[in-house]
Design a protein around this ligand. Sequence first.
Ligand SMILES: [Zn+2]
Length: 280
Amino acid sequence: MQSSLAESRRAEDVCNAVRDYAAWYFNDQKEALDLLREWKLRSSEDVGCVQAALADAGLIEVDAEQSAADFAGLFTLENLFPARTPVREAAKSSPGGRILTQDLPCIKCKYNLRGLPLDINCPECGETVRRTWTAASNGLHPGFGRVAAEIAQNWYAQIADAAGITTDGIHFISAAMKFMRRDRRSGRDYGDGIGQHMTAADVCTAVREYANVYFNSPNEARAALEQWKVRSSEDVGKIVFAMVDAGFFKACPDDSIDAFSGLFTFDDLIGDVLEQAEPA
Ligand SMILES: [Zn+2]
């Protein structure tokens, strides 16, 4: 499992950022194609070359596990800008898709995308709604980070209502998953660009370690986690799979909610939280 909101410099994320930024930066497709050809940014492979050169020069840091091959085949100039899809037809193919619940202008043409699902294209310019959403939630749509956070909060509340969990519980589990370093994951690499996945046991380890960092005392932890309905490994599984069902986390064929059974109890979890010494 992998939090799709996690901050990362994976090749796929870098290429998505390049595409988002290009959609925002250029006025039209012709200008984009002319300039990107001139700048020798014609494909995801070119982006990988630039990133490698910057890393070699010590100007940026990249994950040790990343290689030029990760950039292969992610985009070409021809598919940098998706073809326009009629909005009504696209909406039919995405029943139950997440809807933008607040005013959010298209990153390319400024059309207000409020009320549209993520899985369709902007009715004005054909750019994907998801691209605007991704840019806004990653701080690449200047001025709309807060709107993106509010929209995500609306979605979390809907998921929590439907699944009998709490939004605080979702935030706590998401933060715990981001807290675990990538090199500590023990799941398989499915070749999907994520690298090794987190197993149920990894997620539970992350939650226990994060609880110790997050709370100052066992009493504080007990009160908060009780309220947030994060009391056992089964509760963690319930939250993770509610997020998987809602499309926020990706699950692999090996992942199942049963894998969360019996990994820790509430007493185990609280027992991990150390009393923090008062500053002297
Ligand atoms: Zn648009």
